[in-house]
Ligand binder design. Structure first.
Ligand SMILES: [Mg+2]
Length: 185
């Protein structure tokens, strides 16, 4: 195997891993007089995972060609949102995923190749240096479509660095060979 250049992939929480809509409706029923029912503790930790989200996350995370992080913007007025997001990740994905949890209102400041997010802008998504996978769009309506995309994208990634029965000299040659090498020689 050649060295695999791992793809850094960020996964959003609300509307991507977590069912925000369902939790918000439940919270609204509990606090019908509040304009912002998410201001009360219990909503962020109480979200259900969206269908296929945990399986999709684990598959991406376990893939040898990826480094996966959770990248979520906080509701800055609600301090419990920060701790409940952290606790949600531990509850559903384990402590190892908490190590890769990034809570920031500025998603564009994180370096990487892909961002799976349901919003194209608002928290820096439009300035992210990599490719946006717009969750909920026609192309990526759900987790199975996201997984199908990465199954292809990551296989070609491995293929680009895979070597077949080459010795070290061959590999070195292929790496250093510039365009027009034949003319220079
Ligand atoms: Mg979101």
């Amino acid at each position: 195997m050649g060295d695999i250049v791992k793809k850094i992939i960020y996964v959003d929480m609300d509307h991507v891993l977590c069912d925000y809509e369902e939790a918000w409706a439940r919270q609204q029923a509990l606090f019908p007089n509040l304009e912002f029912p998410q201001s009360q503790p219990g909503m962020y930790i109480g979200m259900s995972p969206l269908p296929g989200a945990l399986e999709g996350y684990r598959w991406l995370n376990d893939h040898p060609a990826t480094e996966v992080y959770i990248l979520t913007a906080p509701s800055i007025h609600n301090s419990h949102c920060y701790s409940e997001k952290r606790d949600w990740v531990e509850k559903h994905l384990g402590l190892s995923a908490v190590k890769n949890l990034i809570i920031t209102p500025h998603k564009n400041l994180n370096k990487g190749h892909y961002l799976i997010d349901d919003m194209a802008s608002g928290k820096g998504q439009d300035a992210f240096e990599g490719s946006l996978i717009l969750f909920g769009s026609d192309r990526f309506p759900d987790w199975s479509s996201v997984r199908a995309f990465f199954e292809k994208a990551l296989i070609s990634e491995i293929g680009a660095t895979e070597d077949f029965a080459l010795d070290q000299e061959d590999r070195d040659w292929l790496r250093m060979k510039p365009v027009g090498r034949e003319i220079l020689d």
